[in-house]
Write a protein that binds this ligand. Structure first.
Ligand code: SF4
Ligand SMILES: [Zn+2]
Ligand SMILES: [Zn+2]
Length: 300
């Protein structure tokens, strides 16, 4: 702390910081969530161009030497939603110019799965299937990023998940009657064919989106502000609105919702065996991965 009066907060503490001290403390908090054993290993950031993943890329790149990251990749998986695609391309071009030492890998849903997200959504709706766009997109993203990370042979995939995402998931699990999912062990995936699988890390999972917005503003990061047009159809977005309203009255709400859950989740790690998908090269507990299954159910 430099002693200057500042207006920036870093919840759950109620301290106020000047922009410089805020950024230093923010970055310390991100670095604290990065496991020590990543040193010497390549990392791929799942980059959407939004504030969360762009912030993560910025901090990892800034501390790359300290973290001893030999190669930093940015994986951009394009859903091909025409309403936001051009805006994202512009942001990614800006990021390429700002961080030229990062290796960018850009693939589309069509290249990996044969169809764009709008095509899959349109077909799913016309068949009366009850998949939301975000459900389809989430599954394809998870497997798409894993496939690219396996090709790149990276050991870690860094995700931009925030404490808001964590808190929303707690509520979604309760609403869907899957309360036990909030308290299950940490899962470690192990492939039956001994293929080493990258580990997912979430260095922003203890930081709120409001704080990330402040960090982007203070550090003048170029971020995609346009929202995906499918977001409003997701149940999660209703929970997001609900949490935003409660957070105005109780700024600790996200920490309160997630803290007991995380304590219990750290108790045990259970190992789940995964197989190489028979159709694509992803890994999943079943012989056909959930991405190939959902595409088959929609398009067949
Ligand atoms: S809002 Fe939903 S459909 Fe849009 S990018 Fe996010 S997960 Fe995908
Ligand atoms: Zn200061
Ligand atoms: Zn598959």
């Amino acid at each position: 702390m430099c002693g200057l009066h500042g207006e920036l907060e870093l919840p759950p503490t109620s301290q106020h910081f000047c922009p410089r001290c805020f950024s230093i403390n923010f970055e310390k908090r991100v670095l604290k969530r990065i496991p020590r054993h990543i040193r010497g290993h390549s990392i791929a950031v799942a980059l959407s161009g939004g504030k969360d993943s762009t912030t993560l890329l910025h901090v990892l790149n800034k501390f790359r030497r300290k973290l001893k990251i030999p190669t930093l990749f940015a994986i951009v998986l394009e859903e091909e939603n025409l309403e936001i695609q051009a805006t994202r391309e512009k942001i990614i071009d800006e990021l390429k110019a700002t961080y030229p030492d990062i290796q960018y890998i850009q693939k589309s849903f069509t290249e990996l799965f044969g169809y764009s997200l709008p095509k899959l959504v349109q077909q799913s709706d016309s068949k009366g299937l009850r998949f939301t766009p975000c459900a389809i997109c989430g599954i394809l993203h998870r497997h798409g990023i894993l496939r690219i990370a396996l090709d790149l042979r990276v050991d870690f995939i860094a995700m931009g998940n925030t404490i808001d995402d964590e808190a929303e998931t707690v509520f979604l699990n309760i609403i869907r009657g899957n309360l036990e999912k909030n308290f299950r062990d940490t899962i470690q995936y192990r492939s039956v064919n001994k293929q080493p699988l990258p580990t997912r890390i979430k260095p922003l999972e203890k930081i709120s989106e409001k704080t990330i917005r402040d960090y982007c503003r203070v550090n003048q990061l170029s971020i995609m502000k346009k929202k995906c047009t499918f977001a409003k159809r997701s149940f999660r977005s209703q929970i997001t609105q609900f949490l935003i309203e409660i957070e105005k009255k109780n700024p600790r709400v996200l920490y309160n919702v997630t803290s007991p859950i995380n304590k219990d989740m750290l108790l045990k790690t259970s190992v789940v065996q995964v197989h190489k998908c028979e159709t694509c090269s992803s890994y999943s507990p079943k012989p056909e991965c959930s991405a190939c299954r959902i595409v088959r159910q929609i398009m067949s």
